[in-house]
Design a protein around this ligand. Sequence first.
Ligand code: SF4
Length: 177
Amino acid sequence: MKEDDDDSVSLAPLPHIGGTYIWYYMICRRELWLMAHAVNPDEDDPNIEYGRFLHERAYAREGHEVAVDSSKMDRVIERDGEVIVVEIKKSSRAIDSARTQLAYYLFELEQRGIHAKGELRFPEEKRKDVVALDDDWRKRLLEIQEDINDLVALPVPPPATRVSWCAHCGYAEFCWS
Ligand code: SF4
């Protein structure tokens, strides 16, 4: 990141770490390392199955996933002349992670000259949340990006540390049995 004389912030392009990495980073650093190293979670885990179902069926009439580099955005729609990136989550339990993932998508699009707003949807809770990119988000995302690069470069995963997400994680058996 470079600081110009007028204090405006010039942002370097992001490497292709993908929004999903941001989500895992916010949830559990060990989970991120495992995903990044293709140590796949338990595919029969009911949480994973249901998550897939939700992403395929919820708001299907608004289209399908949109891929931008390593990121897969649940929906990208146009409404009242604005581009809206929609991220669908099973619950708002990890809302900080979801907000950060969505902000990263907005940042990726901004790097390509597309200014978009973010909309988080929790269909089971009939709830929506709005995310707008600003300089605080940009700085935070660049810090996260650097931390992720360092983390993924580690030769072994960070030790398992119990977090509230463990009960819903496809790696639970791997970490705790
Ligand atoms: S089970 Fe818990 S410690 Fe293990 S990867 Fe999942 S969230 Fe992280």
